[in-house]
Design a protein around this ligand. Structure first.
Ligand code: FAD
Length: 384
C-alpha cells in the first residue's frame, strides 16, 4: 500500500506538469498505465508553441506559459526547451481581406505578428504554388518545443521533490474513504487525499470509475507523417498551415512533418494512422506545393481530446469531493501545460488563480468542470 496526498492519474504532459508544480507542497504519486510516461498523445504531438492558436482561453494559457518556455526554471538543468520556428498561416485561394482580418485579430497576441504579401511568403517557403498563395500572417515567435525534454524535466523535478511515478499501474478502481480515496491499480493499492484525473482520452472513463458525471470529452484522431524534403534546405522554414487548417507541414530534422489536420472522433485507444489520412495529407500538400510525395518514412497518429467548447477542463468536481479534473487539452496540451499546471496547483491548494494568469483574463469558472455537469446536463453535451 502506498500513501500520497495527491494521486495523479496519467503521466502525459498534463499529469507530469501538475505533479511537478505541486510536489514542493504535497506528496505526489503519478500513476501511469503504460510502461513509460508520454506513450499516448504527449509522445505524438507536432510540438509547436503558438500564442495565436486555439480559442481565447487557450491563447491566454499559452501566453501564460511563454516565460516558462523562453526562460526555463532551474529544474530543467539549463536545457533549451524550445527552438526558433515561427508559424505561417497561409491563404490559399483565400480572399486577401480575410487575411487582413486575421492579422488584425491576432496581432496583439505575440510580438512581431504581421501580414505577408505573396512574394514574402514564397521567399520563405519557395515550394508553395504562386498561383494559389494570396498572402499570409506570420507569428515569428512561435517555437518548436522539445517535448521529450519538457516531459522528462517535469518528472525529474517531481522526483527531486520526493514525488514518484508508478508505471504499469493502470487504475482499475476508485472508491471514497474517510480520508479521501482508495485507488486500485495493477501495481497495488494507493491511498490518497485527492485524486487528479489527468488521463487524457480516458478522462471520462476515469470519472465513471470514480462515480463522477462525464464532462463529455471527445478524443479526435490526428495523423502525422515524415516525408523527404527532396533536396530543399528546409531547416529555417516556419510551420506552414493553411488558414482553414486543412493541412500543415514543418521541418523536422531535415525532413518535413506533414499532417492532414484530421479530427476524426474516436474511442479512447492506442491510435494508429489510417492509410487514407496519409494519402489525403500527401494530396493536399501536392495541390499546395510543387513537392511530389514519393516516400513516407514514418507515420503515426494520436488523440487530441476536446470538451464541447474546446476549452480545457480544470478544477474540483462539483459533486465528488477530492476529485480534480485536468483534462480536455485538445491540440494545445504542450503549449498550455506550464500555465495550466500553475493554475491547477493553485486551485488544488485552495488558492486564487495566479495574478499573471488573472491579468491574461483567465478565470477558474471558464475552465471549471461544473460548466458541463451542473444541472445534470453532463455528458449529453457531446463535442462535435
Ligand atoms: C498529431 C498531434 C499533434 C499535436 N500537436 C500539438 C502541438 O503542436 N502543440 C501542443 O501544444 N499540443 C499538440 N498536440 C496535443 C498534445 O499532444 C496533447 O494535448 C497533450 O499531449 C495531452 O496530454 P495529456 O497528458 O492530457 O494526455 P496523454 O499524453 O494522452 O496522457 C494521458 C495518460 O493517461 C494514462 N491513462 C489513461 N487511463 C489510465 C488509467 N486507467 N490508469 C493509469 N493511467 C491511465 C494514459 O496511458 C496516458 O499516458 C498534438 C497532438 C497530436 C496527437
Amino acid at each position: 500500500m502506498q500513501v500520497a496526498d495527491i494521486a495523479v492519474i496519467g503521466a502525459g504532459v498534463a499529469g507530469a506538469s501538475l505533479a511537478w508544480a505541486i510536489a514542493p507542497q504535497r506528496r505526489v504519486l503519478v500513476l501511469e498505465r503504460e510502461a513509460q510516461p508520454g506513450y499516448h498523445a504527449s509522445g505524438r504531438s507536432a510540438a509547436q508553441f503558438s500564442e495565436t492558436y486555439g480559442n481565447a482561453v487557450v491563447r491566454a494559457l499559452s501566453s501564460g506559459s511563454r516565460d516558462f518556455y523562453f526562460r526555463p526554471p532551474r529544474d530543467f538543468d539549463g536545457y533549451a526547451l524550445t527552438g526558433p520556428r515561427g508559424t505561417m498561416m497561409v491563404g490559399l485561394d483565400e480572399d486577401p481581406a480575410m487575411l487582413d482580418r486575421l492579422a488584425e485579430e491576432v496581432s496583439a497576441l505575440s510580438p512581431g505578428v504581421r501580414r505577408l504579401t505573396p512574394d514574402e511568403v514564397l521567399a520563405r517557403v519557395p515550394i508553395l504554388r504562386p498561383e494559389r498563395v494570396t498572402g499570409a500572417v506570420i507569428e515569428p515567435e512561435a517555437r518548436d518545443i522539445d517535448t521529450n525534454v519538457v516531459l522528462q524535466g517535469f518528472l525529474r523535478g517531481l522526483r527531486r521533490e520526493g514525488g514518484d511515478v508508478l508505471t504499469d499501474a493502470e487504475v482499475t478502481g476508485l472508491s471514497r474513504t474517510a480520508g479521501g480515496w482508495r485507488v486500485e491499480t495493477r501495481a497495488g493499492t494507493v491511498e490518497a487525499g485527492i485524486v487528479v484525473n489527468a488521463a487524457g482520452a480516458w478522462a471520462d472513463r476515469i470519472a465513471a470509475l470514480a462515480g463522477a458525471h462525464a464532462v463529455g470529452l471527445t478524443p479526435k484522431r490526428r495523423t502525422a507523417c515524415l516525408i523527404d524534403a527532396q533536396g530543399h534546405a528546409v531547416d529555417d522554414w516556419p510551420l506552414v498551415v493553411d488558414t482553414r487548417e486543412t493541412f500543415y507541414f514543418k521541418p523536422d530534422a531535415g525532413k518535413l512533418l506533414l499532417s492532414p489536420a484530421d479530427e476524426t472522433p474516436t474511442e479512447p485507444c492506442d491510435a494508429q494512422p489510417e492509410e487514407l489520412d496519409v494519402a489525403i495529407a500527401a494530396d493536399r500538400l501536392e495541390r499546395a506545393t510543387t513537392l511530389a510525395v514519393r516516400r513516407v518514412s514514418h507515420r503515426w497518429a494520436g488523440l487530441r481530446t476536446f470538451a464541447a467548447d474546446k476549452t480545457p477542463v480544470v478544477g474540483f468536481d462539483d459533486d465528488l469531493p477530492g476529485f480534480f479534473w485536468l483534462a480536455g487539452q485538445g491540440g494545445y496540451g504542450f503549449q498550455t501545460a506550464p500555465a495550466m499546471a500553475r493554475l491547477a496547483a493553485a486551485l488544488l491548494l485552495g488558492d486564487a488563480v495566479p495574478d499573471d494568469l488573472q491579468g491574461l483574463g483567465i478565470t477558474a469558472d471558464a475552465l471549471a468542470p461544473g460548466r458541463f455537469t451542473r444541472n445534470g446536463t453532463a455528458a449529453g453535451i457531446g463535442a462535435s
